[in-house]
Design a protein around this ligand. Structure first.
Ligand code: FPP
Length: 248
């Protein structure tokens, strides 16, 4: 049985992953960076399958950041094509496994083909209920927060809301993740220990898990190890240990 060490009653509902290290993985093999991204797709597939099998409800993958546009155009183009290809290829499997595809980020700036295949994937899987796979594409958390602030300012000018009574939960409703619970666990691969403008608002109380494994090498066992580690932690949300023990 997958992940027999894992307590099914204490699973994160939402896991977010910063998939890092594709370039270094390729370099180690003397191959171009794109080779690493191609192998990264295998890890995407494995982790998606493992998450669905375990009963995780939301899996968010940082596939392309707003800052990634500054990479060499050959790499950007290859990543965009890889996305089109992967979404098309995996559509039947997503449906077979009852997985819904979603995307967050400024999709309007993506190449037409990438956006179209993404929309096709989203439309074709929208009634699936087992798990939601969220791709963060042309995403950055500061962009998302500024967009929310603009929408709030706009609604306030139109007198639809009163900004004086706005609370954190109301603000969340203006983010692209409005219908998604905050991730309880954030994983970053490749040994880097930063957040890189990913889900800054949503990870306020997330547990962070950093692993030296490069993304193309990341497999089910690494994913399960991250969840086991998560389950060993005490989540206090600003309270004392004693308070937590009393309420549990
Ligand atoms: C980070 O490694 C990886 C990315 C910016 C792209 C992730 C994309 C994929 C895994 C492929 C397609 C994804 C989907 C969802 C179909 P890096 O290039 O920053 O590695 P480095 O830090 O070693 O240079």
């Amino acid at each position: 049985m997958l992940g027999s060490d894992i307590n099914p009653d204490n699973l994160p509902q939402h896991i977010a992953i910063i998939m890092d290290g594709n370039g270094r993985w390729a370099k180690l093999q003397g191959k171009p960076r794109v080779f690493g991204h191609k192998h990264g797709v295998t890890a995407v597939r494995e982790v998606t399958e493992a998450a669905a099998e375990l009963g995780i409800k939301y899996l968010t993958l940082y596939a392309f950041s707003t800052e990634n546009w500054s990479r060499p155009s050959i790499e950007v183009n290859a990543l965009m094509s890889l996305l089109v290809e992967t979404v098309r290829k995996e559509l039947a499997t997503l449906n077979k496994n009852n997985i819904r595809l979603m995307a967050i980020g400024d999709l309007s700036k993506l190449p037409d083909k990438t956006r179209e295949s993404l929309y096709e994937g989203i439309e074709n899987t929208r009634n699936n209920t087992r798990m939601t796979l969220v791709l963060a594409l042309n995403y950055s958390a500061r962009w998302e927060i500024v967009e929310a602030a603009k929408k709030i300012a706009d609604a306030s000018i139109r007198k639809e809301i009163d900004p004086n009574v706005l609370e954190a939960q109301d603000f969340s409703n203006y983010l692209s993740t409005r219908d998604i619970p905050d991730p309880e666990l954030l994983i970053r691969t490749s040994g880097e220990q930063r957040i890189s403008n990913f889900l800054l608002w949503q990870i306020a109380y997330s547990e962070l898990f950093f692993t030296p494994v490069l993304w193309p090498d990341f497999r089910k066992e690494h994913f399960l190890a991250a969840i086991t580690d998560y389950q060993s932690r005490e989540r206090r949300f600003g309270k004392t240990s004693e308070q937590i023990l009393k309420t549990s």
